[in-house]
Design a protein around this ligand. Sequence first.
Ligand code: SF4
Ligand code: SF4
Length: 404
Amino acid sequence: MERPFLAFHLSGGTTDALLVTPSEDAPLNIRQVGGSLDLKAGQAVDRVGLLLGLHFPCGPELTALALQWKEPVRVRATLKGSSCCLSGIENQCRKLLAEGHPREEIARVCLESIRAALEGIYKASGMEEVARRTGAVLNYDTGSTHVPNPEGELCKAFDLINPIAGADFIISICKLKSHCMTGLSGGVKNLFGCIPGLTKPEFHWRYPQERDFCGMLLDLCGTVKPGITFVDAVVSMEGDGPSSGDLRQTDMTLCATNPYELDLVLTKVIGRQPEDIPLVDCARERGLCPSSADGVELCGDPLRTFADFRMPRSRTVDFVSSIPRPLRGICEPIIRRYLTPRPKVLKNKCVGCGKCAESCPAHTIAIVDRKACIDRSKCIRCYCCHEMCPIHAIQVKRSRLLKL
Ligand code: SF4
Ligand code: SF4
């Protein structure tokens, strides 16, 4: 990389503008230069939606309500440099409700306020200027659409973010990363970003078992149907991916129309067998890809492989699926309690920001004396907290029994 660039990162728990610059000491130097300083857009939508008596996740109902309000509304973004604050939206909507304003108007105020904040960030971070020069279209739609998936094996419908639900053709661009739950984050796992913000943790709650979660991702992929997938594996992540791993220079880009075959090939790139990567193994089981990467037709430069690519130190081990069904009810709680790796807060690093607590689907994290505390008895071992902690203060620890 020779020149700096600005990247915009919007996902379940993020609203960040990132300045990426070349560095001699590291493959990339990444600095956050903007974003939301408090609530994320999805959180603001859900909080206002619940205030109005809507069903969680509130995006679709709030959008439908807002569309019924035809009068202009006055909104103002709260910006601090190239960052914004969204918590004021909830306060403003609460005040309007107390003053007796119609629910439709309040819904409209909420969505227009988010739009104004996004406009402000796009402008302050330079994204608006880039879009103007290149003709790229910036996204202002934070709503979602219910998309049925009758072919799904585990999940028969998904709420998808509107830019995806309304797209004619989907180009998916992902990084190559190790992943502590699915084994690998590539073409299929990347599509989890099509699920609206705060509903992501719900899926961990609904599918706590590793293979069920992978099955859900395969159903999601079958719903989104990406037309083409690119993998930016110039710099990949190995070790404790997807967020606390180490960068690894792998110097390649890959592209495929079949995301399942792509992940199978990525498995070979990182020197693993398909049965080592639960997501790929589940795809093989469903007949979505050949049994081995040798069955995939490749073109371009010869494939490079990295036999020493490091996987997460602690992976979920799905003992439960291998137990006969009648015995699972008895064995599962014991196995989950004693053998599944668990999240551990590194108290000396934790700064008490609360991002882990916001993302925890089991609501089992409390911030006590500005440190995160996990109630282990309620933890479903989904590792969202590990993924969301911005300073890698949550480790995934293997059980002592497994170490033996
Ligand atoms: S563990 Fe991480 S995300 Fe959670 S409060 Fe501490 S610093 Fe924030
Ligand atoms: S504490 Fe972490 S691993 Fe446990 S349920 Fe909450 S987010 Fe998931």
